[in-house]
Design a protein around this ligand. Sequence first.
Ligand SMILES: O=C(O)CCC(=O)C1=CC=C[C@@H](O)[C@@H]1C(=O)O
Ligand SMILES: [Mg+2]
Length: 352
Amino acid sequence: MSAAALQNRPELQELLESAVVVRLPMLTRFRGHTSREAVLFSGPAGWGEFAPFPEYQPPETQHWLASAIEAAWSGLGAPLRRSLPVNATVPAVPPEKVSEILDRYGDSGTLDAVQAVKIKVAEPGQTLDDDVARVREVARQMPTAGIRVDANGAWSLSEAVTALEQIGAAAEGRLDYAEQPVAGIEPLAQLREALERNGIGVRIAADEAVRKAEDPLRVARLGAADLIVVKVPPLGGVSRALRIVEEAGLPAVVSSALDTSVGLAAGVALAARLPELPYACGLGTVTLFCDDVVPQPMLPVSGRLRVPVNDKGHIAAPVPNPQKLAALRVTGERELWWHQRIREAYSHRIYP
Ligand SMILES: O=C(O)CCC(=O)C1=CC=C[C@@H](O)[C@@H]1C(=O)O
Ligand SMILES: [Mg+2]
């Protein structure tokens, strides 16, 4: 190991040498993706993952790299809790596909234990009626769960007001919050005011307005949201995400970045270390994949995920299985493309 790695800072060459690029096929199209590529690193503290979405550029990707380096070269810290409540995540599927998605979170005996369901809405090419029908079907199949919707900023202000009124009714009074209904930070604040003026009592959560903003605390300072969604890789690692939640002073929902079980461990670590965890986490996303790099994927059971710890009691990503890595590995052009992304993110690095 080099001197730099001993100070938790791998050299670029060391990173590239440990990098394994994998591609995981997805069971259901999600966020426009049918598969997900990720780079796995193994370092002195364990395994880490670098998987910014393909369209992301530096400097954004450098946060993802810092997160991977933290996991593999510094470690994920000690947990305050050993298991976490997680929500079911329902992609923008037609109502007749909802039960197939929910089945991955439990059977008739255990599905009741799932506290919340997050439903994707405002998918390009779909209508508000499609969203309302999906929400109504989830509410019917999950009669006690809290409901959240995520529009990924796709609605205009007036569309959001109309949509949230209708979706709120379809959710039978169980709509816990709407995640990033409109794009940006100021528009979130304007929407909160418009909802209040119209007597629509829906809480607003900021996701992209936190993870893609130059200043992740601006949402909180402007009072633009009731709560924040926090994802470890885009926020530069567990330690930085912990500080952001503390400084924001808003309730936080920890979610995944659509990771393999290795990458998911970083989100699990944040949720396991936060002093308060008021909402079920969006960390049940391994269910969206057909395969994983570890022999026992981090899948929720009865609405909960176990926090993986090593023999020192520290949170540690599960160790990939060599056969799985070999089967899922991508080489050639895709590998070179990822190596170039790593180089670019590394040279933009702003962390010590
Ligand atoms: O929060 C969840 O239930 C699952 C995670 C999830 O929805 C997302 C993960 C990664 C990228 C996103 O488009 C999406 C989100 O916007 O929250
Ligand atoms: Mg979101």
